[in-house]
Design a protein around this ligand. Structure first.
Ligand SMILES: [Zn+2]
Length: 313
């Protein structure tokens, strides 16, 4: 059995941390850990044994992407009660005062709309009245929801269309222009959102000191890092590494690729920087320690409701 990671993003608590798409509660998290209990290792043990090629029975590790405060507030106490440690992969833009807009947008969507489809409807209605209308309509003529992001089976057709417009038609800057104008039409405070969204340096340092592993996830979290000029890719990695080392006192030696995106050139650069373990964002049968497959917690939750959980991938 190939060793994999379980991948977590959003948690909810009925208060400060909202119940957005895919967000799970402490109780749901606890039940998921129960289901995998005999296979979960602490992060440092998992890392050492993975590097030795010594994980032969499908032992898994727990991973938390994006440095989200909801993970620290909701998931960490559950881990502590079980004596478990995990991998944490924060992007560091928010620490430097440059928060990721995508996360702010997600928060906006959760706070201001009853569900994600209501947001998609508002988004579609809004861009129709912007200068990007023709470009989007033209781009959508090439969109086939059956082919786009088909490796992520849990995305709805609306999810796929939204991501196609965001990543393939508009790109980062134009998408931000559309979203920021949309947000301006709602009573929403991005600064308040920022304070609720990300861990600070003190919290990241505490994780490291408690035996967790804090690794790379880029500085600004590009959705397709390998589309960027290589100098910018290196800057993403180097800046992220500097912030983490400044925060924990140790140079990181693991990475979770932002949005699961990497290629041979990026791998060679990471290797030269001493990065030893890399995590993908999906399951496959890759066996290299720089391409560790991960099971998204959304899929893990689904299989929890079926009977196949003990089998794993
Ligand atoms: Zn991420």
């Amino acid at each position: 059995m190939i060793p994999i990671g379980l991948m977590f993003h959003h948690f909810r608590d009925g208060g400060r941390h909202l119940a957005g798409q895919g967000a799970i509660s402490a109780d749901q998290f606890d039940a998921l850990l129960d289901a995998y209990a005999d296979r979960i290792l602490c992060a440092r043990e998992w890392r050492e044994r993975r590097l030795r090629g010594d994980l032969t029975s499908g032992e898994i590790c727990l991973t938390f992407d994006d440095g989200l405060l909801c993970q620290y507030d909701v998931a960490l106490p559950v881990l502590q009660a079980r004596g478990l440690t995990a991998f944490w992969f924060p992007y560091t833009g928010p620490l430097a005062g440059a928060p990721d807009r995508l996360e702010i947008y997600r928060y906006f969507r959760t706070l201001c709309f009853p569900d994600v489809d209501a947001f998609y409807a508002a988004f579609d209605g809004f861009w129709n009245g912007t200068r990007w209308r023709r470009r989007i309509l033209k781009g959508l003529s090439d969109f086939n929801p059956g082919n786009y992001l088909s490796e992520y089976p849990f995305y709805s057709e609306g999810d796929r269309k939204f991501r196609f417009i965001r990543d393939r038609i508009l790109g980062r800057e134009a998408f931000a222009e559309v979203m920021d104008s949309l947000i301006d039409t709602y009573p929403f405070d991005p600064a308040q959102a920022r304070r609720n969204l990300w861990m600070d340096r003190r919290q990241l340092r505490a994780l490291h000191e408690d035996g967790h592993i804090v690794g790379l996830h880029s500085h600004t979290h590009p959705t397709r890092i390998t589309d960027q000029p290589f100098d910018e890719q290196k800057w993403e990695i180097d800046t992220n590494a500097e912030w983490l080392e400044k925060t924990t006192g140790d140079a990181p030696d693991c990475i979770a690729y932002p949005c699961g995106d990497y290629d041979g050139r990026l791998l060679a650069y990471l290797d030269a920087r001493g990065i030893r373990i890399g995590f993908q964002s999906r399951l496959n049968d890759a066996s290299d320690p720089m391409e560790v497959p991960r099971l998204d917690h959304v899929l893990a939750m689904d299989s929890l409701n079926e009977t196949s959980i003990a089998k794993g991938p």
